[in-house]
Design a protein. Structure first.
Lengths: 92, 540, 112
């Protein structure tokens, strides 16, 4: 495989899987911090993920830079998941 | 498009839109076309089961009689007790004035699904001569949301819906003249016309396309985005039980126990709900954890104009002791702003908030979406036939050819397969076992044939021939209907059977439109040829 | 015809009129249809009239269907109306589509 097709594949993977990870992370984070009843927070956060995901994909493709794309998906995801975990499991 | 400055952002969005849509286009066309037909699943089913009328005119069963309904529940229990006493689930829909059969659905212990239809009076399996075994219009609905392949299909459709959202957003970003070109369509200008058609169909119906894609994802909220549910609940079932304020389903105990008489419980449930029951369900029949649930009649007419549908009423019993576990009064509204929003999105996607008025609007807007997708895929190749861009180096001609083949089979081929499904329904003998499955199988077989055809023929001829076949199949549908069943448009109109007449009229309309397109294509090719000849003459 | 579908058909007609008015308020389409440049005053009048028609159809529909479902329906009709007015601007295509529309309309009228 040429380096160009590797880059294209890595970018697509960042968009599809990185984007899904970020959407899931934002859902976990929101469902942990929203001051609503548990079911309401979960539904709101899950619905919101369908806004986050397409925007994340657009963002990945906005800059043709694969490294940045992966970093931009992974770093916020890790931070959001960590905070969500601390709020739901860690503090109780 | 050329000669204008393009920022790097716009350039990358343009590439994303072009290539993302190319890959997703064929699948999205399937989802949009079958979804649009699917809004009329009920009239299509009605057209596909002419035998219903014979039962309706001879049966003693009266859907408005509580006694008859109770008897139907007893017949259901007797039949399923015989066939699947220890399955995973029983489900039955009681007869109504549209479909007179007792419709059974059940799963064996391994959750393999089965279906059967019983005569409302005898409780016996309907004989083949009275029962055209078919999925009817539901076939289109199932193609639309799961491609007849279960959870995997739901995921595939969800993935492409997401690409649809991305394509819509990137499409708006790269389209610089949205308002200037708002009403623009320049006919008979080749590539220009395809671009105009693509832009106009997309821009003019953008609110609908965004809404239908987003609500489509929201319908399967817990499937596509289960992260928060798993973080806060032991299982999705526990989440649903809390959301719907219903008792959580019970674990199977594997202790065989005899169930009580369900028809008595059914009568009790109708008393408690204060309205007729329409659906019944037994979870874990024959197990000591068996649960019997009755759902109240869904009255679509009374709910017109409401996006957040209130409960139709339900009652749940322990199927062994007969003890009432839960009751939900009809008219109870879902609570909580987020949950109400999600329920409203469901209603919006299913188009069941305003009868046929709303369904027609969805049908037309959905088809416009299909036109947007198809014109985009065609535009991709029209552009490259003018001037090859050699994106794939040496392999470019082969890739272009493949795209052409898939365009023809994906667009005109699917159209042929859809109308063929109606033909198959009339031509397939009634006695074949597993007939409904055969209908769907033959639908795919026809589609595969169109792929073979488009692979063997030059692309222009393939388009022309497939559209002509489609035209013929559409225009001759009333003929084959008359020859096989003895029904046709004029009889439907005379009998004021508007649903069946509407199905045939719409199919004929499609046929006429396809014929018009074929003639426009022929004209255009003739002009192109004469222009080419004039050019040659001028050169020599 | 049911009471609820009447304002929808009326709304579709009003929206189509309004959308056609809005397209005529653009120089390009004004020339295309009426040949002749578009006086500035006429553009303004067309826009105001079109807005009034759009508002009227919105009120009509919401009156019967309620605000939430009404707005959804109105938006859907707006899209359909825009498509119809695009077809009107291109009378050639319009003739092709009129066959289909006639079939659809006949069944709608019989059906609802």
């Amino acid at each position: 495989m040429s380096s160009k097709s590797v880059a294209i594949s890595l970018q697509a993977l960042a968009a599809i899987f990185g984007g899904y990870l970020l959407a899931s992370a934002s859902t976990l984070f929101l469902s942990a911090i929203l001051p609503l009843s548990k079911t309401e927070a979960v539904i709101t956060a899950s619905l919101f993920s369908f806004v986050v995901y397409p925007i994340a994909i657009i963002w990945v493709y906005a800059r043709q830079d694969v490294k940045r794309a992966w970093l931009g998906m992974m770093l916020p995801s890790v931070i959001l998941i960590a905070i969500a975990w601390l709020l739901t499991k860690g503090l109780s | 498009m050329q000669n204008t400055e393009k920022t790097p952002f716009r350039q990358s969005m343009s590439a994303l839109h072009t290539w993302g849509s190319l890959v997703a286009g064929w699948m999205l066309f399937v989802i949009f076309l079958t979804g649009s037909i699917g809004v009329f699943d009920e009239p299509v089913s009605h057209w596909m089961q002419p035998e219903r009328a014979a039962i309706l005119s001879t049966m003693d069963y009266d859907p408005n009689s509580a006694e008859d309904r109770q008897a139907a529940v007893a017949k259901t229990q007797a039949y399923l007790q015989k066939v699947e006493p220890n399955g995973h689930l029983w489900f039955a829909t009681l007869p109504d004035l549209e479909d007179p059969a007792i419709k059974l659905f059940w799963q064996d212990a391994d959750e393999t699904p089965f279906q059967a239809r019983l005569h409302p009076d005898t409780g016996e399996l309907l004989p083949a001569s009275m029962n055209r075994d078919t999925q009817g219009g539901h076939h289109f609905v199932h193609m639309h949301f799961e491609l007849h392949s279960g959870m995997l299909g739901v995921w595939i459709v969800g993935f492409f819906t997401l690409i649809m959202l991305v394509a819509l957003i990137s499409g708006v970003i790269i389209h610089r003249r949205i308002f200037k070109d708002f009403f623009t369509f320049r006919a008979r200008k080749g590539q220009r016309s395809w671009l105009d058609a693509h832009n106009a169909s997309g821009v003019l119906t953008l609110p609908f396309q965004l809404m239908i894609a987003f609500t489509g994802l929201a319908v399967f909220l817990s499937v596509y985005m289960p992260a928060a549910i798993f973080a806060h609940y032991d299982s999705p079932e526990a989440f649903f039980a809390e959301v719907f304020e219903r008792p959580a389903p019970r674990e199977m105990t594997h202790q065989p126990t005899e169930m009580t008489d369900l028809s008595t419980l059914f009568a009790e449930s109708e008393q408690a709900m204060g309205k007729p029951g329409q659906f019944i369900q037994v979870e874990h029949p024959g197990d000591s954890s068996a649960t019997f649930t009755v759902f109240g009649l869904f009255d679509a007419d009374a709910l017109k104009g409401r996006l957040v549908l209130p409960s139709s009423g339900m009652a749940e019993f322990d199927a062994v002791s007969g003890e009432q576990r839960h009751i939900e009064a009809p008219g109870a509204e879902p609570q909580g702003a987020a949950f109400r929003t999600q329920r409203a999105m469901r209603t919006l996607h299913f188009a069941n908030f305003g009868g046929y008025t709303v369904r027609w609007i969805y049908f037309l807007l959905g088809l416009t979406g299909a036109v947007m997708i198809a014109s985009g895929s065609i535009l991709f190749m029209v552009k490259r036939r003018q001037r090859a861009l050699n994106e794939f180096g040496k392999a470019t001609p082969r890739v272009y050819r493949t795209i052409d083949i898939l365009n023809v089979a994906g667009i005109s081929g699917l159209l042929i397969a859809c109308v063929s499904y109606l033909w198959i329904n009339r031509l397939l003998p009634l006695e074949i076992s597993g007939r409904a499955g055969w209908e769907v199988g033959l639908f795919f077989a026809v589609w595969l044939l169109t792929l073979l055809h488009s692979a063997l023929r030059p692309v222009n001829k393939a388009w022309r021939e497939q559209l002509l076949v489609f035209t013929a199949l559409c225009l001759l549908l009333p003929v084959i209907n008359a020859l096989t069943v003895g029904d046709h448009l004029l009889i439907y109109l005379a009998e004021q059977d508007w649903r069946a007449a509407g199905v045939e009229l719409t199919v004929i309309g499609f046929g006429l439109l396809a014929l018009k397109i074929v003639r426009m294509m022929a004209k255009r090719q003739a002009t192109a040829r004469s222009e080419f000849a004039a050019q040659q003459a001028g050169l020599s | 015809m049911t009471l609820m579908s009447q304002p929808v058909l009326a709304g579709l007609l009003l929206n189509t009129l309004a959308m056609t008015g809005l397209s005529l308020a653009m120089n390009k389409h004004h020339q295309q249809l009426l040949s002749g440049a578009l006086p500035r005053n006429r553009a303004r009048i067309l826009r105001v009239l079109a807005s009034c028609l759009l508002l009227l159809s919105l009120v009509l529909i919401c009156n019967v269907w309620g605000i939430a479902a009404g707005i959804v329906l109105w938006l859907g009709l707006l899209s359909l109306a825009a498509i119809i007015s695009v077809c009107l601007l291109n009378h050639l295509l319009f003739r092709a589509l009129s066959l289909l529309t006639a079939c659809v309309l006949v069944s709608v009228l019989l059906w609802v």
